[in-house]
Design a protein around this ligand. Sequence first.
Ligand code: SAH
Ligand code: SF4
Ligand code: F3S
Length: 437
Amino acid sequence: MRNPKSFYLRTYGCQMNELDTEIMAGILKKRGLEQVQEEENADLLIFNTCSIRDLAERKVMGKLGQLGRSKKRAAIIGVTGCMAMAKKESLFKKLPHIDFVLGTNNITDLDLVLDEVLKGETQKIKTDLKFEENLDYLVASRESKTSAHISIIRGCDKFCTYCVVPYTRGREVSRPGADIENEVRKLAGEGYKEITLLGQNVNSFGKDKPESKELFHDLLYRLDKIDGIERIRFLTSHPVDITYELMQAIRDLPSVCEFVHFPIQAGSDRILRKMHRIYTKSQYLEKVALLKETVPGVSLGTDIIVGFPTETEAEFQETYDVFKEIGYSVAFLYTYSPRQGTPAMRWQDDIPEEVKEERHQRLLELFHETSAKEREKLVGETVEVLFEKRNKTNMLKGRTRCWKKVIADGPDSLLGTLQKVKVHSFNHETLLGTVIA
Ligand code: SAH
Ligand code: SF4
Ligand code: F3S
C-alpha cells in the first residue's frame, strides 16, 4: 500500500470525540501527513464515530457503505471512536473495504496500526476496554486558537441503563492533575483564553486515585491560578456528584463560568429509578436550589430523554413540569433509542415513535418559549463575550460566560479577545449586539 501523504478526519458525537479527533490529527501531522478538508483529496480517511443513539450509528454506516460502493482509489479507511467499540470485528463483515478499526482507548496505537496496514496487513483491530495512561495529549492539533477542550477524566462508572458509554469508553480513569496543569499552562502560553474540562462525569475526577487527594473542585482551584486563562468551563456533571465545594468554587473563582450542565434526564422518580440515575426529583431540585442560592445568576443546562420504556403520559408530564420549573438555558432533548448491550434492552421499547416524537415536540416548544424569554431579558444589558470566529454573514461570533451565542460587527483584531457587548436585539438562538469600546 502507498504511503499516505494526506488525511481527512470526520467527527461524529460529543466533545470528547472532537478532542480525540484533534489528538489523532496531531499524531498524523507529526508523521508528516497533511490534513485536508475534502475527503476526495485524502489518502487516508478516518471516521471517528458515535454510538449514543441509533441515528448516530446509521449516519456513519450509510456514509461508510457509500464509500465502499464508490471505492475507486486506494485510500486507506479507518473507523475509530465509540462505534468501533460497540461493533468491533462485525464492522469488517458489513464493510469489507475498511482497513482498520481503532477503539476509544487505543488512540496511542494509531501510528502502529497504520504501519501494519502499510505493510499489507488487513483488517487490523484494537479495541481495549481499559485505558492505559499513555496518551500524549500535548500532540493535539486544535482547530480553535482561542478555546480548547481538555480531557480530565475518561470513561464512566455510572451505568445508566439506557447508555452505551460505559461499554464504549470503559471505566473512569482520571488524568493526573499536574499533567492537566501542564497542558493548560502550555495553551495559555499559546494565547488560549478559554478551556473546557471534559469528562462523562467531571465530578468523579480524582475518585479513582485516592492517593492524589485531588478532587474536581481542587483541580479548579489549581487551574484558576494560571495567567491568561480567562474562562474555565466543564462538561458534564452527574447530579449526584455535584458538591457544595464545587458550588463554592464556581462562586469564588474568577475564571470559572457560572454555567452548570447537569442533566436531569426525566422528572418521574419511577423512570429515574429505572434509568439508574441514583437520584430522585426532589434530590435534584435540592441541588438546583442550593446551586442557585450559592452562585447568584447561575445558568443551568440539561439533557432529557423522552419515551423511555413504560413512560406514561403522566410521567412525561412530570418531566415537562420540572423542566418548566427549573428554567434551563441549554437543553438537549432526545427520544429514547434502545442500544445493544445495555440493561434497558431487556425492556420492550414500547412507546410508539409517534408518541415519543410528540412528547419531544412539546418539550422543544416549551424550551423555545422559555429560552426566547431569557434572551429578551438581556436586551439592553451589557454582556462579556469571547469572540471566536466570523459567521457566514461575516459578523464576529462568540459566547457569554453563560454559553449564550452573541454576534456583533467589528474588526478581526477583536477575534480571540473578551469584549463588552451591549445587546440590542435577539433572534431564534442568538443575541445581537454592539461592541462597547
Ligand atoms: N455523561 C453525560 C452524557 C452522555 S451522553 C451525562 O451523563 O450527562 C449525552 C446524552 O445522550 C445523555 O445525557 C442522554 O440524555 C442521551 N442519551 C444517552 N443514551 C441515550 C439513548 N439510549 N437514547 C436516547 N438518548 C440517550
Ligand atoms: Fe451514560 Fe449515565 Fe455515564 Fe452519562 S452518566 S455517560 S448517561 S452511563
Ligand atoms: Fe457518542 Fe461516544 Fe460521545 S457514544 S456521545 S461519541 S462518548
